[in-house]
Design a protein around this ligand. Sequence first.
Ligand code: GAR
Length: 188
Amino acid sequence: MAVLNSRLKVAVFISGRGSNLKALIKNSKLKKSKYKVSLVLSNKSDARGLSFAKKNKIKNYFIEKKLSVFESRALKLIKANKIKVICLAGFMKILSPNFIKKTKIPILNIHPSLLPKLKGLNTHERAIKAKHKFSGCTVHYVNEKLDSGKIIIQKKVKILKSDTTNSLAKKILKLEHKAYTEALEKIF
Ligand code: GAR
């Protein structure tokens, strides 16, 4: 118990499915893990990740969709819960520069491409259309520019001729789960 209490507290922001959140929680239960997920915030009331957080008895909140409201409540919760790192995991809002500055803690994001290639949305579809040979995922620090902060970890996968947007998304999602947990352990 003492070991668990000394682990660094992480908040995860989500908007949907929450498979990366699940991977982060699963990894945090390992003996060697240096962090624990203490807070989950969602800007969508029906985000599946919220029920997973509930099941795992992790404090979780849906905060109204308007960004300014989300950010001011999130800031309070982060301070009150002594959060040391924020992980964006399928969080589909762009945080304001003001929020990034005010939190004063690292914010990480996972993106489904090999940044700086394919910033933004629909990365798998765009990778296939552009006939890229490889794609993958990137965990990076968040700064004021979209998908542009310092890279922590990337994982790469070959795009096969037979790949569809769905098959590529599936392959990359598996890599994402590994990449996020590795990145988080790496920065502590
Ligand atoms: C993941 O593929 C993540 O990389 C992507 O959303 C998905 C969320 O899945 N994030 C972005 O596209 C951010 N620009 P999850 O809810 O199962 O973790």
